[in-house]
Design a protein around this ligand. Structure first.
Ligand code: NAD
Length: 285
């Protein structure tokens, strides 16, 4: 039976360390890390994510600012808010909760954020830095996955890593991070032929497709490390990952649960990016 990776506990320890580091920064420089989270519309799932981020900020004593716009807000209104936040010295991180309503161009918004305050790591400057091996802010979920692998002591170098999903926020940046750590990386997607054959090669298998329980036990190599990024809502309201947990647990060496695996790590990494941004502003190199 696989060992279950306790992302909740690992994330708690990281938040605790961040709280101490932020206190030391405040003591030394008078700077308190500040995160602004902008939400457009009233999607209930987005609202929950925004609340969780604000709560996490409070827990580590960051300054947290929540800004809300109505669902029919114009792109210009959001751009004005971002311009204000870019120029606000108390704010070190800016996060615009996605998805955005269709009248707003997501890419235009991402590109309007100052790359130094882009704590989501989605700005092309930060994506380019990651691609060229000189990372700035790195997307939080992929960073959280690497952190989990490090915490359980996986030696990534030389391993076969297979990622199911090629999104800009998870699959692609994670592939770059694993490559930088010398894994041999395969990215699978909806057009991949014979997915089970590919996933069975994986020493490290990451599921980030958003398809409930699509990774079955027989798709997993014995002794693999299985990281489940997927968060899917079941008809009864509960959450389920992209991995069929009970089957996978019998084959994997390590596995993350949903919830309590990657999810809490994402928020911990967001706090980490905000602290790093505050440090850079407090003591520019
Ligand atoms: P997305 O929809 O943007 O991308 C999904 C990717 O999976 C696509 O590249 C698609 O090609 C691939 N895919 C879909 N079905 C597939 C199939 N049957 N076979 C092979 N590939 C397939 O999703 P996303 O934003 O990357 O999120 C993926 C999942 O991760 C979602 O469940 C999301 O809720 C979750 N997520 C979790 C966190 C977290 O903090 N844990 C953060 C972000 C996203």
């Amino acid at each position: 039976m696989a060992e279950i990776i306790d992302g909740k506990e690992i994330a708690r320890a990281i938040r605790e360390a961040i709280r101490e580091e932020a206190a030391a920064l405040r003591e030394k420089t008078g700077v308190t890390p500040g995160l602004a989270v902008v939400l457009v519309g009233d999607d209930p799932a987005s609202w929950i994510y925004v609340r969780r981020k604000a709560q996490a900020c409070e827990e580590v004593r960051f300054l947290s600012r929540e800004l809300r716009l109505p669902a029919d807000a114009a792109e210009g209104e959001l751009l004005d808010i971002i311009a204000q936040l870019n120029g606000d010295d108390a704010i070190h991180g800016i996060l615009v909760q996605l998805p955005l309503p269709e009248q707003i161009r997501t890419q235009a918004i991402i590109e309007a954020i100052d790359p130094e305050k882009d704590v989501d790591g989605f700005h092309p400057v930060n994506v380019g830095r990651l691609l060229t091996g000189n990372p700035g802010h790195v997307a939080c979920t992929p960073r959280g996955v690497i952190e989990l692998l490090d915490r359980i002591g996986v030696d990534i170098a030389g391993k076969e890593a297979v990622i199911v999903g090629r999104s800009n926020i998870v699959g692609k940046p994670l592939a770059l991070l694993l490559l930088a750590r010398h894994a041999t990386v395969t990215i699978c997607h909806t057009r991949t032929r014979n997915l089970p054959e590919t996933t069975r090669r994986a020493d490290i298998l990451v599921a980030a497709a958003g398809r409930p329980e699509m990774i079955r036990g027989e798709m997993i190599k014995e002794g693999a490390v299985v990281i489940d990024v997927g968060i899917n809502r079941r008809p009864d309201g509960g959450l389920v990952g992209d991995v069929a947990f009970a089957e996978a647990e019998r084959r994997a060496a390590y596995i993350t649960p949903v919830p309590g695996g990657v999810g809490p790590m994402t928020i911990a990494m967001l706090l980490g990016n905000t602290l790093a941004a505050a440090r850079r502003i407090a003591a520019p190199v």
